[in-house]
Every structure is written in structure tokens, then in C-alpha cells.
Design a protein around this ligand. Structure first.
Ligand SMILES: CC(=O)SCCNC(=O)CCNC(=O)[C@H](O)C(C)(C)COP(=O)(O)OP(=O)(O)OC[C@H]1O[C@@H](n2cnc3c(N)ncnc32)[C@H](O)[C@@H]1OP(=O)(O)O
Length: 399
């Protein structure tokens, strides 16, 4: 066990911390020019470093808010840039950084945190769970045909690169965040996206859909092929919409783009019905499903009380060894959530609670995998209904 301490990073240490993170992901350090652009993405005072006395590990976060089941929102700390120097791993550095970061979130009034994980085995021990999953899809453009009842959609207009960059934030912000798990995009996020767009070697296009009440959806994409005449792939990068008309209208547009063979999208909501647009649903194939958002309930009682529930009450017993003050029994009902001494219907660990919380998994399925311990079938049936949501959770923003 090495000796190290954790403290907030000073702003003059931010560049070294970002380079440390990049090296941990096997990416080269930044040039001066890259750093001056990257620095704009940093929310001040949100980095932590581990020192021995050199900088050996780092974590960062920025302020956001997340949509909850029932439509409410709550402040969320979005966690990113997690890395430990390769010669200092597996000595508890990340564990110490996670602990300090949760203390910081509690002090700042963030009851929940979210991240996208580089590997699936890292974060469960800290109470993060796969709260949202996404699917990668591929549409065969030459064979897919729209079913007759699919809405025809409204008017589509294309933005040029500068229009995309300028209008992107307002396009995103104007659309409702309808799914549990969707987060607000901090102004700090956009410079990073803009850098990627400008660096892209293929043109990035944004198609905007106009419904009866104005803009109600957009899709950003690029088309790639290895050489002229080779099969071309249209890659969807962002796709947000507020109505079935916009969803169908944008898909109609995508299939109309010339010189394209396949259309692909990654990490789309699991229940987004792309295949149901086509006469043969197999022409929209699901390639894989992946974790899309890892959630941590930092303040379990506050978060349990912040979402809505349906049906008969359930008492859960939460085991949270990393944030022990969250452990205990909670009664969940349509009236809300409160600590209780009543006997528990279900027992589960904090990471599993995160998986249930946004409605992305059923308690019954988690019980089948041994992640939920239930007193009986009726407890599971009640819990399935209680935690269930109308639509699947989805974060929809990479950070
Ligand atoms: C949100 C994001 O930014 S995701 C990006 C995460 N960063 C990376 O993937 C970069 C490369 N990896 C790293 O920098 C480091 O290996 C980290 C950050 C993943 C882990 O840091 P470490 O300081 O080694 O973690 P720490 O020593 O605290 O490990 C705690 C426990 O988690 C386990 N663990 C840590 N990383 C991993 C992993 N990648 N796979 C499996 N288990 C892991 C350890 O074995 C240890 O288990 P134990 O308590 O049973 O002994």
C-alpha cells in the first residue's frame, strides 16, 4: 500500500490531470493548442487529485440535472475523466478518490451521480449500477421500406457546419427530456463536441425537423466509406425528437440520403421502435446492447423520495457498504419514501438499487440473477409495478 493523499486540484494542475487521464486511456498528451480548447470544457473547482507527492490519479465532475420517473428532475453530478497512473493502479487510489468525490457531492447538495464506464467491472463496488442501457442498430437502406401507417413527417432542413455548431445547444435545450435518466447539457460540454465536429475528416450534417409548432427534432450524422465506390455507412451521432412525427420524419429523411448502404446508430434507447417503421423489421437489426448510464444514489433517502411509484407499497432493505449511512429499510409507496422499521419485502445492494431506480430493470429479473433477495413472488410482483416506468431510461448524452 503506497502513501498518498487526495485533495482538490488547483486550476494550474488541471492540464496535468487531463494528460494523466489521457495516458491512462492510452491517448497522447495534448498540444498547447488542444489544451487551450480543452480548458474551456472544465467546470472550475470540480477536479480531485491523488498525490504521493506526484499526481497519480484524478476524477472530475460537472453540474447537471437528471429526469426522474414521474417527470421531476434533481441535481446530478456528472462524473468523468477518471484515471490512475499505470504504475500506481490497484493500491486503492480510485477508491480514495471516489470516497472524497462522494463527500464533495454531499457537501454541494448533489443527491445522485452518473458516469459512462470504460469497463463494466470498475464501478459497482462504489454503488454505481447500470441504470440505463442502449442498443446499437443497423438499417439496410436498400431493403428497408416504410409501413403505410408510418407518419409522413414534416419539413426537413439541413444546417451547414457553422449552423450546426451555433444552433446545437439551443436545439438540444428546446426539446423535452422525456426519458428517465436524460440529463441537462452543461455549457461546459459543448466546446468538446465542437472540437470533435471540427476535427472530423468527413462532413457532419444536421437535419432539423419542423412540426406544426416549429422545430421538434434533429439528427446529426456523417457518412463514411473506405474509398470511392466502397459501401458507405451513414453514422447517426445524435438523434433527439419530441414527437412520433419527428421520429418518423427524420428516419424518412435518413433513408432518402443518396450514396448510402447502411445506417447505424449506437446506444439508442432499448425500446425505441425503429424496426417497427419497416415492412420487414429485420431490416433494422440490433447489433448489441450495452450499458449506457451508470447511476449512483449518493443520498438514498432523498432520491427514493424524489421519484414517483405505482401500486401497492414495498419495503426494501438497502445494503450500502461504501456509503454506510444509506443502509437501512425504506417503505416505498405512491405517497413517497420514508425510513421504516417494518420487515423488508426485498433486500438489495446499493448498485442494484441504482439499476432498479430509473425503471431500466425489473425486480423479478434482478432476483433471477440473485441481485435482489425477495420474501416471495408477491413482493416481486409489487416491486415490478412499483418501480416500472412508461418508457425505458436513457441518458442520451456522452461526457
Ligand atoms: C467515468 C470514466 O472516466 S471511465 C474511465 C476509467 N479510467 C480508465 O479506464 C483508465 C484506465 N484505468 C485506470 O486508470 C485505473 O485502473 C482505474 C481508475 C480504473 C482503477 O484505479 P485503481 O486505483 O487501480 O482502483 P483501486 O485500486 O481503488 O481498485 C479498487 C478495487 O477495484 C478493482 N478494480 C479497479 N479497476 C478495475 C478494473 N479495471 N477491472 C476490474 N477490477 C478493477 C480493484 O481490483 C480493487 O479491488 P479490491 O478492492 O477487491 O482489491
Amino acid at each position: 500500500m503506497s502513501d498518498f493523499s487526495v485533495r482538490p486540484l488547483r486550476s494550474d494542475e488541471d492540464r496535468a490531470a487531463l494528460d494523466l487521464f489521457r495516458r491512462a486511456l492510452h491517448v497522447k498528451e495534448m498540444t498547447d493548442e488542444e489544451w487551450s480548447a480543452a480548458a474551456m470544457s472544465f467546470q472550475p473547482d470540480r477536479g480531485l487529485g491523488a498525490f504521493d507527492p506526484e499526481l497519480i490519479g484524478t476524477v472530475r465532475s460537472f453540474d447537471s440535472e437528471v429526469t426522474l420517473p414521474g417527470g421531476g428532475t434533481t441535481p446530478l453530478a456528472a462524473v468523468s475523466l477518471v484515471g490512475v497512473r499505470a504504475d500506481r493502479i490497484r493500491r486503492g487510489v480510485l477508491t480514495a478518490l471516489m470516497r472524497a468525490q462522494f463527500e464533495d457531492f454531499a457537501a454541494r447538495g448533489f443527491p445522485a451521480a452518473m458516469l459512462h464506464a470504460s469497463e463494466g467491472a470498475i464501478y459497482g463496488r462504489f454503488g454505481y449500477g447500470v441504470a440505463a442501457r442502449g442498443k446499437s442498430i443497423e438499417v439496410d437502406r436498400h431493403r428497408a421500406r416504410f409501413r403505410p401507417e408510418v407518419p409522413s413527417g414534416g419539413q426537413i432542413s439541413l444546417l451547414d457546419l457553422e449552423g450546426t455548431i451555433e444552433q446545437w445547444p439551443s436545439l438540444f435545450d428546446a426539446l423535452p427530456r422525456t426519458r428517465p435518466g436524460m440529463i441537462a447539457r452543461s455549457p461546459n460540454l459543448w466546446p468538446g463536441y465542437v472540437r470533435e465536429v471540427r476535427r472530423s475528416t468527413t462532413p457532419i450534417a444536421t437535419a432539423v425537423h419542423q412540426g406544426p409548432d416549429g422545430t421538434d427534432g434533429y439528427v446529426t450524422y456523417t457518412v463514411e466509406r473506405s474509398h470511392f465506390g466502397a459501401p458507405a455507412q451513414l453514422k447517426i451521432q445524435s438523434f433527439h425528437y419530441a414527437s412520433p412525427d419527428a421520429f418518423a420524419g427524420l428516419w424518412r429523411y435518413l433513408l432518402s440520403v443518396d450514396l448510402v448502404d447502411r445506417i447505424t446508430a449506437e446506444k439508442r434507447p432499448l425500446d425505441e421502435p425503429v424496426e417497427l417503421l419497416f415492412t420487414d423489421p429485420r431490416h433494422a437489426a440490433v447489433q448489441k446492447t450495452l450499458d449506457e448510464g451508470w447511476l449512483r444514489l449518493v443520498d438514498v433517502p432523498a432520491m427514493l423520495d424524489a421519484r414517483t411509484y405505482h401500486g401497492e407499497p414495498v419495503v426494501i432493505e438497502v445494503n450500502d457498504p461504501f456509503l454506510e449511512h444509506n443502509s437501512g429499510r425504506y417503505r416505498l409507496s405512491e405517497e413517497g419514501a420514508a425510513r421504516t422499521t417494518d420487515p423488508a419485502d426485498l433486500g438489495l445492494d446499493a448498485d442494484t438499487l441504482s439499476m432498479l431506480y430509473l425503471g431500466g430493470w425489473r425486480a423479478s429479473d434482478l432476483a433471477t440473477a440473485g441481485r435482489v433477495r425477495a420474501t416471495g413472488e408477491s413482493a416481486l410482483e409489487r416491486a415490478d409495478l412499483l418501480f416500472g416506468t412508461r418508457v425505458n431510461p436513457w441518458c442520451g448524452t456522452f461526457f
